[in-house]
Design a protein around this ligand. Structure first.
Ligand code: PEP
Ligand code: MN
Length: 330
């Protein structure tokens, strides 16, 4: 259950309640919030005087459930995701490879009016023998491109060795599909107020996915974006399977903005535009799409990144789709 504690409560009594429930607390709008296991449905009467409001929850999807808070929105610079009014496009190369590559990407994207560039510096590769990302140098290039074009930057944290660095510099912190279960990363991201884009583990259920978000929310960071990026199924013709039904679930039951990454789901250039339009038609709050000045030369995810003409063509088709569901593209 979620318990909003009265502001003037005795500290020792609060501590007794925390000990009794083995729950965790965080501050929200100047108030202490206690979250216990959802198996707890009530607390002994002796603690009732500490409680301002309480929410009995069905499962450990608690802070992210829309029966607790109807809808949350996340501010990114001037933009706000989760208002039901727009679908925010985040795009860019899979990895930062060089200044020239990043600068060309940023110039292209800002020319289209896109406000957020994506690119990884610490890449969670499946082979140790492939490009692992430029690391700190990549982050420096991203900072430079943000200054030059006034773009927001989203980049991923892969493990705890660089979590503080990414937290400090990124405008949006991306937690990748493989890191979704890393509770030290999740908790560290919970201790900041920066927006966190949490990708669904490709083998995780929706319950596990949203519970991973609970690790961030319960540390006091309400700025979480849920990103569906494809799950592993029996199908091997495509890289992953984009779970549109899961997106419908997230929209129906959670209060967090939903972002879709069609690039990693598809794994190939073909299909990315169709999946993007499908996601826009579902009324998602954001999109994360890979595009590269020269995809065939890309150091990671070469097969799925769109070249600029293809991206631009796809981009030009999104507005009417968004309008058909009462949104605009931002
Ligand atoms: C990426 O965004 O480049 C990436 C590695 O994503 P994922 O964690 O979804 O594989
Ligand atoms: Mn990638």
């Amino acid at each position: 259950m979620i318990i909003h504690l009265k502001k003037e409560s005795d500290k020792q009594r609060i501590q007794d309640l925390i000990n009794h429930t083995a729950g965790i607390t965080f501050e929200q709008s100047g108030q202490t919030v206690l979250v216990t296991s959802s198996k707890i449905k009530s607390v002994p009467e002796t603690f009732h005087s500490l409680i301002e409001e309480q929410f009995v929850m069905e499962s450990d999807i608690q802070l992210a459930h829309n029966s607790y808070i109807k809808k949350r929105s996340v501010k990114i610079g001037q933009l706000e995701l989760g208002t039901n009014q727009s679908t925010h496009l985040m795009a860019g190369p899979c990895s930062v490879e060089s200044w020239d590559q990043l600068d060309r990407s940023a110039s292209f994207l800002s020319g289209l009016g896109i406000k957020t560039i994506r690119a990884g510096c610490f890449k969670p590769r499946t082979s140790p023998y492939t490009f692992q990302g430029l690391g700190e140098e990549g982050l420096r290039l991203l900072i430079k491109v943000r200054e030059k074009y006034g773009l927001n930057i989203i980049t991923e944290v892969k493990d705890s060795t660089h979590v503080d660095l990414v937290l400090k510099h990124a405008d949006i912190i991306q937690i990748g599909t493989k890191a979704m279960y890393d509770t030290s990363i999740l908790r560290a991201c919970g201790r900041t107020k920066k927006p966190v884009l949490l990708k669904r583990g490709f083998g995780s259920t929706l319950q596990e996915f949203v519970q991973a978000a609970e690790f961030i929310l319960s540390q006091g960071n309400p700025n979480v974006l849920l990103c569906e990026r494809g799950i592993r199924t029996f199908e091997s013709k495509t890289r992953f399977t984009l779970d549109l039904t899961g997106i419908a679930f997230l929209k129906e039951y959670t209060n967090l903005p939903v972002v879709v990454d069609p690039s990693h789901a598809m794994g190939y250039r073909y299909g990315v535009a169709d999946l993007t339009r499908a996601a826009v038609a579902m009324g998602v709050d954001g999109l994360l799409i890979e595009t590269h000045p020269n995809p065939n030369q890309a150091q990671s995810d070469a097969a799925q990144q769109l070249d600029f003409p293809t991206f631009e063509q796809m981009f030009s088709t999104l507005k009417p789709v968004a309008e058909s569901v009462g949104r605009k593209i931002s």
